[in-house]
Design a protein. Structure first.
Length: 582
């Protein structure tokens, strides 16, 4: 694939010192990317199309002016309350700043559009029963055995090509024809105060607000139509062949758009002791909140409902509400000059760092999707579809569209299979897509209506356990000559051997709990009550998924591991090293 992205940046800044203790900085930056938004190879006028010749995929952005403003003030009060607050002259600095920043694409979005254009990367699946597409539709010949006979070698293109339906294309990830560079607006305010000779305390606020961030959306999603016979119920309307979507030549058209936003608000306090008397220290505490409607421009940003991007705004993966970091170093260089003791005591450096973090958000999903081709990979096992949460926190998936039937959708046929199970929905109209939601209980998988395309649970509603880690290092130096020394070093990571559980998103799909018609089922989705039931009989509540771990015994999980971590950080690790400095 041949692609080019040339980035040109220009910046100007000037400083004005209005008074000896007041400085104003003004700056203006301009960036432009030439080639970043060329996502197609077929030129037409000022735009272009992907190699499929149908979908436009070229844009440009030349409006990337970015103003910068900064103000620094050092109070100089010699008496009174303000002197007590700010200290002696030049002991305190107050800083205010604002910056608008254009985010560069660096060719990532254009490469996706060029690679996934429905032509370059076309994937077909062959099974023993695979038949040719488009040839003799009444009785297409079976090609599967002939293709599989070439394994493990590659079958010839002449065979693979016969599996491709006529006028049908592969995976698509075009860029929107009006795609621009995202922007963030950054504000910062801080007060930095020095105490005595070596101590500094800083109190500050940082805000970062993202606009027009990248995010994908399926612009060829099936039409969601109301069922005229059953008000309040919907179905996926059938589309063109062979994909049964509005444009039958394509499955999902995962278009990269500027439709996402983010906001970070964080206040912090930090303390620093500069190196003196063989000791230095720095530590900080941050209270923050990070909300976003995207995590990335890959599958992570696909919305649960492509019609409602606003519903995707929620906590980000990196939303750490409480964060404490500290680091300290103590050295004994030239601590004593006594001939015997100095060989043992001198030239040690002892360091310690620690981090204490509150739990991070993770997604809670149904694990299903409304259409057979609406399952997009996430950071873990989740799909983009989320369950509903009741006022008391109970999680349910009743009547949420499910193409694999793992959400609870009981139509007339399902009610016949289980008379004790309440009918929750109805058979879909005759023009429903054959790839849409199906009855959860019927062995024939009848197409059914649904009430929700996506649940009302906020994105990333789960929370992992807090993360606590402390590391230490010990260095003993042996001077050889004036500029030569041998150092022996011991690093101890996670010195207290605290278990930090990670990756709750490995167990974040509710369809891990299978549907059961047994009224007393355990570790199941009870088809009679519509509730997710644990091995101990409890009903799954969103609060169960916000403490980082549901099951005390991971070998005997309560909800088939839903809400439990799937990995841990490192155990206590000791590392030895030798270093020669000259």
């Amino acid at each position: 694939m041949n692609a080019r992205d040339n980035i040109y940046g220009f910046y100007g800044q000037d400083s004005w010192k209005f008074r000896p203790n007041v400085t104003l900085n003004l700056g203006l930056r301009y960036d432009v990317e030439v080639g970043a938004f060329v996502g197609g190879t077929i030129k037409q006028g000022n735009g272009c199309f992907q190699a499929n010749g149908i979908i436009p995929a070229c844009s440009s952005d030349h409006n990337n002016f970015q103003p910068r403003v900064g103000l620094a003030w050092s109070p100089r009060y010699s008496s009174g309350f303000l002197h007590r607050l700010f200290g002696d002259p030049d002991r305190t600095v107050v800083r205010l700043s604002f910056a608008e920043i254009t985010m560069m694409a660096y060719g990532n979005v254009s490469l996706d559009s060029l690679n996934f254009d429905g032509v370059n990367l076309f994937t077909v699946t062959a099974t023993p029963s695979s038949r040719a597409a488009g040839e003799n539709p009444a009785n297409p010949p079976i090609l599967g055995p002939a293709i599989l006979a070439f394994a493990p070698n590659r079958p010839p293109d002449s065979l693979l090509q016969q599996l491709k339906p006529a006028n049908f294309f592969g995976r698509l990830r075009p860029i929107a024809p009006n795609l621009k560079n995202p922007e963030t607006r950054n504000v910062h305010a801080s007060i930095n105060r020095q105490f005595a000779k070596d101590y500094v305390v800083e109190l500050g606020f940082t805000g970062v607000y993202g606009f027009g961030l990248f995010g994908e959306r399926d612009t060829n999603f099936p039409i969601v139509a109301p069922d005229p016979a059953h008000p309040g119920f919907f179905y996926l309307k059938d589309g063109g062949l062979p994909s049964h979507r509005p444009d039958g030549r394509f499955n999902a058209i995962r278009t990269n758009e500027n439709t996402r936003t983010s906001s970070y608000n964080g206040g912090y306090i930090s303390a620093t002791k500069r190196l003196s008397n063989h000791f230095q220290f720095n530590g900080s505490y941050t209270l923050s909140k990070l909300l976003t409607s995207t995590e990335d421009f890959f599958g992570l940003s696909e919305p649960g409902d492509p019609r409602n991007i606003r519903a995707e705004r929620g906590p980000a993966f990196n939303d750490i509400r409480h964060l404490v970091n500290f680091g300290t170093v103590y050295d004994t260089e030239k601590l004593t000059q006594r001939s015997f003791l100095k060989r043992i005591v001198n030239n040690w450096t002892i360091g310690a760092v620690g981090s204490l973090q509150s739990g991070r958000p993770y997604p809670v999903s149904t694990g299903s999707g409304p259409d057979a081709f609406s399952f997009f990979p996430g950071a873990g096992n989740e799909t983009q579809q989320r369950p509903n949460v009741l006022p008391d926190g109970t999680l349910i998936s009743t009547n949420i569209a499910s193409a694999d039937g793992t959400n609870l959708l009981i139509g007339p046929a399902g009610h016949v299979v289980c008379p004790a199970c309440p009918q929750t929905t109805f058979n879909a109209p005759a023009d429903a897509s054959p790839l849409g939601p199906i009855d959860s209980l019927s062995p024939n998988g009848e197409l059914v209506d649904f009430q929700f395309l996506n649940g009302n649970l906020t994105r990333d509603a789960g929370r992992s356990r807090p993360y606590y880690r402390f590391d230490m290092s010990f260095i003993k130096a042996f001077p050889i000559r004036e500029k030569m020394r041998l150092e022996l070093k011991v690093d101890i990571f996670n010195i207290f051997n605290h278990t930090n559980f990670l990756l709750n998103n490995g167990n974040d799909t509710l369809n891990s709990l299978p549907i059961s018609t047994n009224p007393n089922c355990r570790s199941c989705l009870n088809a009679i009550t519509g509730r997710y039931i644990g091995s101990d009989g409890r009903v799954l509540n969103i609060r169960d998924l916000q403490s980082g771990r549901v099951s005390q015994d991971l070998q005997n999980p309560i909800f088939n591991l839903v809400g439990d971590p799937s990995s841990t950080d490192i155990a206590r690790t000791i590392q030895l090293s030798v270093r020669f400095k000259f």
